[in-house]
Design a binder for this molecule. Sequence first.
Ligand code: PLP
Length: 378
Amino acid sequence: MKKKTQLIHGGISGDEKTGAVSVPIFQVSTYKQDGPGSHRGYEYSRTGNPTRFALEELIKELEDGKRGFAFGSGMAAITAVMMLFSQGDHILLTDDIYGGSFRVMTKVLNRFGLEATFIDTSDLSNIQKAIQPNTKALYIETPTNPLLKITDIEAASKIAKDNGLLTIVDNTFSTPYWQNPISLGADIVLHSATKYIGGHSDVVAGLVVVGDEKLGEDLHFVQNSTGGILGPQDSWLLMRGIKTLGIRMEEHEENTRKIVEFLSTQKAVTKIYYPGIETHPNHAIAKKQSRGFGGMISFDVGSAEKAAEVLKRVKYFTIAESLGAVESLISIPALMTHASIPQERRAELGITDGLIRVSVGLEDAEDLIEDLEQALRG
Ligand SMILES: *Cc1c(COP(=O)(O)O)cnc(C)c1O
C-alpha cells in the first residue's frame, strides 16, 4: 500500500457493527465485564480505549513499527519514553533539540538521576566520543528546530546499536509521510502530533511507535502506570487530520520551495536554513533518508530589530509558537520557542536574535511571498 492510501485505509477504518466509515468516539472510562475479570478486551480507558487504539494502530502502521501509543502531548510522549530508563542511566541527545525536550531533561528528569549530554549529532563522530559506560540511548531530532540540521538516522542508529544503545527519533518535523526512522534502523519514533499530524492547530497530542514487541510491552506498562494518555475526542481528531496528511505535506512543501526561492533573492536575508536547498550542509543525507524536506524554514535578517519589524508587518503569518498547521505561523525562536534555553547556549547553537522561523501554511504561495516582500522591505 502506498502512503496516501495507507493514511486513509490504514489501521482500523470505520466501525464493523454499524458500517460507519469513521471510527466512533468511545467517550467512556470503564467497560462492563461479563464476569469478574472476564472482559472483551477493554477494562478501563487509561489502559486502553477503542478510539485511542484505532489511532495507535494507524500510527504503528504509518511508522512501520510493532506498536503505537497516543499521549496527551508530545512532552507526555517524550517523558513516557524516558521512563523506560532508570536512575543513573545516561542519554545522548541532539544539541539543538526542541526547547521543551531540553527543559524536561535538564530541569525535571535530572532530578530523578537520568543523565543527559547534548551533542551535535549531525556530526556522527561526536556520538561515539560521547558514549559512556552508563549510556543507554541516543535521542535524535532531525531535522532540528529551528536550524534544520540533519542527522543521518541510519548511520547514527548503527553506531548506537553497535554500542548497545537504543535509538529514539523525534520525527515531528518530517512526519511519517516523509520519513520513517524505524525502517532506517531506529528503535523508537515519536511525534508531537500537535503539529503536522493534527495539522489544524486544534489538538495537543503525542504519538510513539516502537520497533519491537518487548519495547511495546515496556512502554505500555509506563503509559498505563503514569497515565499520560490521549482522550477519545482528540484521538478521533488526529485520525481525521491524518487522512489529509499526504496532500497537506505535498502542498506545504510546494509552498515552502517557492518561498525559499523568493527569500534567496532578498538582500535583507543573510542566511537561509532549509534542508531542501543544495547549499544545506546535509542536503544529500536529507534526500537519502526522507521523501520530502518539509515546510519549515528559518532565516536570518541580521538583527533583533529587523526581526521584530518583519513580525510586526506580516499580515498572513500569525505570530505564534507551534508549527505544522494549515495557517502560516511565524516566530522569533530566541524570544519564543527557545526562550527557555539560556542565552549563551543559544549563541553557541547559532540561534541568533535575528533568526526568524516560519511554518509555511497552505495559503496561496503568491500571497505569502507578497506579504514577506512588503515585510522585509520595511
Ligand atoms: C512541539 C514539539 C514537541 C513537544 O510537543 P507538545 O505536543 O507541544 O507537547 C516535541 N518535539 C518537537 C520537535 C516539537 O516541535
